[in-house]
Design a protein around this ligand. Structure first.
Ligand SMILES: [Zn+2]
Length: 255
């Protein structure tokens, strides 16, 4: 998609430049073209679901009432173990997109995640606020360093990467190809870190649909009560929670 926009923009710019040279058009026409290009790229970069720079798995096309739960930013020393216990009591699989730095700090929890039958994905090493401004080389290092930490602890090398803040750009596209990682986004964002538990639940019960990948954070203390209520609601409404890999039918780890 990004390629098509680039080519179209270049063609339009060339036409305007040529037209201006022969006095058919004004160079001022370049202003709306450049502005439109900047806006399209900004929106494409901030919405992972648009698959603008590279494809991401954001949901499954299915009529079965199946969804997958994902938890970003952990493992957290207190919240993640509690969450695993809760998920266990409902016999519910989940995927934890861990940062390398938190995996290093909490290796036992990383092991528990795997031993309890959940999946682990890669969510960068440091989760820098400026991750999207990193060079492709630095992004590759973040991805590979995190994979190395997880492999050392669990013996499994993740293939699934969730971009920090869901931001996508050409540098990350290159980094994912070089590291042989697959991007996973989401179709339903709970906003659990910014909204009250009540508002989060209202959104979840309104918007949950078949094939959803739902985004939560296991660094947020409210996530326990939210998940408790959500699991109860899902069960009552005949939704089945499946693992991300069975929802998407892709492997979670390298062979
Ligand atoms: Zn994150």
């Amino acid at each position: 998609m990004n390629d098509k926009v680039n080519i179209t923009t270049i063609i339009i710019v060339m036409l305007i430049l040529t037209g201006s040279y022969f006095n058919f058009t004004s160079l001022y026409y370049l202003i709306p073209v450049v502005l439109t290009y900047v806006i399209i790229n900004a929106v494409g970069s901030s919405r992972i679901q648009l698959n603008y720079f590279f494809p991401s798995y954001c949901n499954a096309t299915t009529t079965k009432k199946e969804i997958a739960l994902t938890f970003d930013d952990g493992p957290h020393p207190v919240i993640t173990p509690k969450l695993i216990e809760l998920l266990d009591s409902y016999n519910t699989p989940a995927t934890f997109f861990c940062t390398g730095k938190n995996a290093v700090a909490n290796p036992k929890i990383v092991t528990t995640i795997i031993n309890k039958g959940h999946l682990i994905g890669n969510h960068s090493y440091g989760h820098s606020r400026f991750f999207d401004l990193f060079s492709s080389k630095n992004m590759q290092k973040e991805i590979l360093d995190t994979n190395e930490v997880i492999t050392t602890i669990t013996g499994k090398t993740p293939r699934l990467f969730r971009p920090p803040y869901g931001v996508t750009n050409p540098m990350l596209s290159k980094a994912l190809i070089k590291t042989n990682m697959v991007s996973v986004g989401w179709s339903l964002r709970s906003y659990d870190t910014v909204k009250s538990s009540k508002k989060v639940m209202a959104k979840l019960t309104d918007d949950t649909k078949a094939g959803d990948i739902v985004l939560f954070h296991d660094t947020n203390p409210n996530v326990i009560t939210i998940i408790e209520d959500y699991l109860f609601w899902l069960q009552k409404n005949d939704f089945k929670i499946v693992s991300l890999t069975s929802l998407l039918n892709i492997p979670a780890y390298e062979d």
